[in-house]
Write a protein that binds this ligand. Sequence first.
Ligand code: PLP
Length: 419
Amino acid sequence: MPNISLAPRVVNLKPSVTIAFMNRAKAMKAQGLDVLSFAAGEPDFDTPRAIKDSAIEALLAGQTKYMPTLGDPETRRVIAEKFTKENGIPGLTADHITIGSGGKHSLYVLCHVLFDFPKAGQPQQECVLPVPAWVSYAPLVELAGGKIVEVPTTVKTGFKASAEQIKAAITPRTRMVILNSPSNPCGTMYSPDELKAIAKVCAEAAATIAPDLVILSDELYEKIVYGGIAHFSIGSDPSVAERTITLNGLSKAYGMTGWRVGYTAMPGEFGKKFTNAMSTLQGQMSTNITSFVYPAIRTALTKCSADVEMMRKAFAARADVINARLSKVPKVVNAKATGAFYAFPDVSAYFGTTSKGGKPINSALDMCNALLDEALVAFVPGEDFGGCGKNHVRISFACSEDQINKGMDRFEKFLAELK
Ligand code: PLP
């Protein structure tokens, strides 16, 4: 092999642990093993037919050429209307909307629009992140030159950071505060009052010590709520509306993970500047998303509420099953899932034991490896989600109630056999 090097930024980039476990489970299934996978962060529902038909019609009608980088004006208008009507975000027009190839891509682009590497002698810009958090935030912020400032949370408080904690983490170098409700991996949600209190401390900090502060509110799971807590968009709070980017997309609510559709909204004059910067960068990076997908976005957002409700109800029933099962597992501590489709129990009481197959269990990673090898159940170890995540495993319950019950039977047996 020739002696050629790769860029350190990619050599040092952590691969996703979720994808690693998902792939291992798939490979074992392909060998004929009866693996029950709870690893993938995607709904098991197919995309509703009306959405598929809209894309097929546009494709057959020849909508196959380059389009405006951030999307056609009509689709951006429909998205602005969604954020205005459903989320109460004030002052939005199509000019404040960006459309990218999935929420993850939009997040990548926006990080590069807001963060930069410091000049010599200057401090790094900071990103306040309550942890445990989705595995991609930290790498994407760091790739753009930002530094993560973790705000630790615990299972006892439903993995929520308090306004006081956020306030204490903000410094003159704070560029971004990331909030994710409902949460991946925690499956919990902030109440409207908790978010309003966080808005207040962010507005105060922005007016005093952190003028460059922007809130990133990741609301990918907004439609999957069932715990009696109303979804609230912090960008609807007038005190922070013009410094909040709301991130959303079609992946989770519409069974469209493979389509790759994400979008952002940021109102106001700076919002327009931000949106134009997103266009400049995305224009050099990927241009528009797949052109015949735009009509499908409009169909999803305006005609598919019944499909979304059907999926929400299914997730609610599954959450009831897993919440009830986990509450009965000895020594496992679980915060009741109220949104998204994840449970994130603390399993650390079992560290220091040995599995039936003789594997030492000293971490969440050890437990997930042994559980997959010996009980054929794929959970995701919590280490990479940060903070107390190292004591937890993530269980994605985007699968049938029957599979949840079978998986929990095997998990309980596995734990009971630890020595
Ligand atoms: N935000 C959160 C919290 C997620 O869990 C995910 C995907 O797992 C995303 C954003 C990005 O989703 P997508 O790129 O499919 O839109």
